[in-house]
Design a protein around this ligand. Structure first.
Ligand SMILES: NC(=O)C1=CN([C@@H]2O[C@H](COP(=O)(O)OP(=O)(O)OC[C@H]3O[C@@H](n4cnc5c(N)ncnc54)[C@H](OP(=O)(O)O)[C@@H]3O)[C@@H](O)[C@H]2O)C=CC1
Ligand SMILES: O=C1CO[C@H](CO)[C@@H](O)[C@@H]1O
Length: 329
């Protein structure tokens, strides 16, 4: 049994509590500042131990690893404290809201040889994994273009959006850092890191906030051209990522939980594989994968270096929106 500390018992923190417990391989404790939330989550899940601050936690107990589920501006300071205590960590996305502390964290992790992964959970999606494998194996030839189109009604899925980190860029809010970052990280995983970009974004619809809820972005991943279009207010919950290669195209459809291919000019898409998954399933795979990493059996699903690259993209996108210019990364 691994001793796992969940830090932050909010929306995603509670999901990690549940999913790590369900692996049957972890004894879960919680660190949450808010007393009511701490008691509620602790009672409902019968948690091992509960703490109100990370300082007190690290003074009083030892863990194999922690899962950082607080707002993004706290991720790196907390990760540095955990690294100093010799604790492994799974860090929620995005890694941070600024580059500050990233080099220090890289150094601390590598000198203590700590197991660390960043929770870009789309990497657990079986349809996206299969698509990537086919692209990597060269089934469609060399990738030349990647196109993301998607959106969802954020208030429907996250009714509390006005009361959480989402309201400010400084705490990880807005469509670029909150939602687009998932697709950016997935695209970089498939066709490589973004080398320059140009973004446009606006607050168009969401009540009670003024951060952007609609984004367009053009990207270059070396030779590969990319484009991303995302909003957080359309009624349909649809996301499509298409990888166009020299000899064919592959498409991931999140809303149909499947991937497709098309290799004959003028032909219909062929459904390659369709999966049945529940919302917790990706987080369960993520927990299992991270526990395997702690056992020394696998590499991180998303390394700290890959997450730092995606952080650079988030920050470059915000800069490009502010300055209306292309930004090199
Ligand atoms: N991978 C995914 O699909 C998802 C990822 N996320 C990411 O996870 C992170 C957290 O998001 P979410 O769970 O939605 O946010 P919530 O606001 O629901 O939860 C964060 C919790 O952390 C608590 N907290 C804040 N500071 C501390 C501290 N110093 N010590 C202990 N607890 C603290 C907050 O308390 P208080 O309310 O008092 O501030 C709150 O209860 C974000 O980075 C977000 O982007 C979120 C949802 C889904
Ligand atoms: O990362 C995330 C995934 O989607 C959720 C709901 O749409 C968001 O709240 C969250 O921040």
């Amino acid at each position: 049994m691994k001793q796992i500390l969940i830090i932050g018992g909010g929306s995603i923190g509670e999901r990690h509590v549940r999913c790590f417990q369900q692996t049957g391989r972890a004894r879960v404790s919680l660190c949450e500042m808010r007393e009511d939330l701490r008691k509620d989550v602790s009672e409902r899940y019968g948690l091992n131990q509960c703490f109100s601050s990370l300082d007190k936690t690290l003074q009083n107990a030892a863990f194999d690893a922690a899962v950082i589920c607080t707002p993004a501006n706290m991720h790196i300071p907390m990760a540095l404290d955990l690294a100093a205590a010799g604790c492994g960590m799974l860090i929620e996305k995005p890694l941070s809201t600024s580059p500050q502390g990233t080099e220090q964290l890289q150094a601390a992790i590598s000198s203590a040889q700590l197991p660390v992964s960043v929770a870009y959970v789309l990497r657990q999606h079986p349809a996206l994994q299969s698509l990537k494998k086919s692209v990597d194996e060269g089934r469609f030839g060399r990738p030349v273009q990647i196109v993301f189109v998607g959106g969802q009604h954020f208030p429907y899925y996250r009714p509390a959006y006005r009361e959480i980190y989402y309201t400010r860029h400084e705490t990880g809010g807005g469509a670029i850092q909150d939602a687009l970052t998932h697709m950016v990280n997935a695209a970089e995983w498939i066709v490589g890191p973004i080398t320059r970009l140009s973004a446009d974004a606006e607050h168009c619809v969401l009540d009670g906030v003024d951060v952007e809820d609609t984004v367009h972005m053009m990207t270059r991943h070396g030779d590969v051209l990319g484009s991303f279009s995302l909003n957080q207010h359309q009624p349909p919950n649809e996301s499509t990522l298409t990888v166009i290669c020299e000899n064919g195209a592959a498409r991931y459809e999140a809303h149909h939980c499947r991937w497709l291919s098309c290799t004959e000019p003028g032909s219909e898409w062929t459904v390659e594989e369709t999966f049945q998954i529940e919302r917790d399933d990706l987080f369960m795979s993520q927990a299992e994968g991270f526990l395997n990493q702690l056992d020394g059996n696998v590499d991180p699903a998303c390394s700290i270096n890959e997450a730092i690259q995606t952080l650079r993209v988030n920050l470059a996108a915000l800069e490009s929106v502010r300055t209306a210019r292309w930004v090199n990364i």
